[in-house]
Ligand binder design. Structure first.
Ligand code: SAJ
Length: 419
């Protein structure tokens, strides 16, 4: 059923991180009354005072406008609303299974606010079947509500996975197509009508389990492709040829699109989501598991190569460029660069490792405890180092000319200079 009058509808977004906050603010910019919820009191306090808590272009302006127009409020608890959007983390548990505790905490906080006719949208990435399980959970918690549609006590539930890339979130929120997976058709239609308010991309309706697996398949596709690129890199090295040239040439074929090799796969999406597929169908997903294991082993493999290369030098000085998990962001989550530097510092305890990361001002805990690591500005004198490792292809590093580095041990893991 379409929303008839947007002004009369409130939305409550639970989880104000990299996805929830931009989504809440984009909805607020559409004249919808949006309430944002986060369990972190600091985040709530800062957002309420107009202080942006994530690093994402365009968000400061949207937050200021939303607070001024009173279309956005924020607190630590959900309020009765017509639509609830859950955008909380779903991290990897110790046995590589999805930790859904944040999702169920959010649902527990929402349930007392339900009166019937509400739509609950799960945007968090989840193993297949989660939306159905959440639906059953709500039904058993509230016997006065029903999942059967078109009654005054009906609750509608859909999984609508986020697909945005950090750094370009607002543009992608508005333009990317969306998969809308309702637990029934009525849930899909209601969710579609909400996204139609701000998203000009295609809004494609399906069932919730298909939507869940589709989201996971997207990130697994990338993980497998990167594992293939990494393997090609090892093959090219063994053959003494340039992997970047091989990939560029192969990608001239109209139906080939090989991704780039690198020091490993980081972030909270691609390094995590394939495990959610494996958890739901372990016997059917050996390839997905292998790709994950290969990409996870990548940092250690690189460390082995670097240690071997500098072995003739006593106490080599090393410069490592980049800590974040990908270019031009400040995000260190699951960063392979952090793992490489940590393992290298442990493997070469007498070596000095200078780390250059323009996006941060202090080292993460796992590195600050190691005495031979120092965070430094971009060095003026490369001759001070026996080895240079490029780990993140930040634009700021592009200006260094490959020839000026060619006389050294240069490990260009991103192909920034070697292409
Ligand atoms: N990487 C490579 N080689 C490549 C591309 C990436 O080694 O050719 C590495 C990156 O350096 C990084 C990691 O993979 O360490 C992941 O980076 P990414 O840019 O591929 O992806 P994320 O994790 O920032 O965002 C992904 C996106 N998914 C897809 O592109 C299919 C994004 O659209 C999703 O919204 C996001 O996951 C998510 O939240 O699931």
């Amino acid at each position: 059923m379409p929303l008839e009058n947007s002004e009369q509808h409130d939305i409550c977004v639970v989880g104000l991180g990299y996805i929830g906050l931009p989504t809440a603010l984009v909805l607020a910019s559409q004249d919808l009354k949006v309430h944002g919820v986060d369990n972190n009191s600091t985040v709530v306090g800062q957002l309420g005072s107009g202080i942006v808590t994530i690093s994402e272009p365009g968000i400061p302006v949207l937050l200021t406008r939303a607070l001024e127009s009173k279309s956005f409020t924020v607190s630590q608890t959900p309020r009765p609303s017509n639509i609830f959007i859950v955008a909380v983390p779903t991290p990897l548990g110790p046995s590589k299974e999805a930790d859904l505790s944040y999702v169920y905490s959010a649902v527990d906080a929402i349930v007392p606010n339900l009166r019937g006719q509400e739509l609950i949208i799960l945007e968090s990435t989840c193993p297949p079947g989660t939306a159905s399980q959440v639906a059953s959970y709500i039904e058993s918690a509230r016997s006065d509500l029903t999942l059967e549609p078109d009654l005054s006590s009906s609750i509608y539930i859909a999984h609508c996975p986020e697909r945005v890339i950090p750094g370009n979130t607002l543009q992608e929120l508005r333009h990317n197509s969306r998969i809308i997976g309702g637990i029934n058709d009525q849930s899909s239609i209601r969710a579609r009508d909400l996204y139609a308010k701000f998203c000009v991309g295609d809004l494609i309706m399906t069932d919730s389990t298909t939507a869940e697996l589709t989201k996971l398949a997207e990130n697994s596709f990338r993980d497998l492709n990167i594992a293939f690129a990494n393997e090609l890199s090892d093959i090219a090295q063994a053959l003494g040829i340039n992997v970047w040239e091989v990939i560029q040439l192969a990608n001239r074929h109209p139906r080939v699109q090989i991704l780039n090799p690198g020091p490993g796969v980081g972030g909270h999406c691609i390094a995590v989501d394939p495990w959610f597929i494996h958890q739901s169908a372990p016997d059917q997903s050996p390839m997905i598991r292998l790709a994950r294991e290969l990409n996870d082993a990548r940092p250690q493999k690189l460390v082995g190569r670097i240690v071997e290369s500098v072995s003739p030098i006593a106490n080599p000085r090393i410069c490592a460029l980049g800590l974040s998990f990908k270019a031009n962001v400040d995000d260190l989550r699951e960063s392979p660069a952090v793992k490489v530097i940590e393992e290298l510092a442990k493997a070469l305890p007498k070596s000095k490792i200078c780390v250059v990361e323009p996006y941060i001002s202090t080292l993460p805990d796992s590195l600050s405890d190691l005495e031979n690591i120092e965070l430094v500005a971009i060095p003026g004198d490369w001759s001070a180092f026996e080895a240079i490792i490029l780990l993140t292809d930040h634009a700021a590093f592009k200006e260094f000319e490959a020839p000026t580095l060619s006389h050294r041990r240069v490990f260009d893991t991103r192909g920034m200079w070697n292409q």
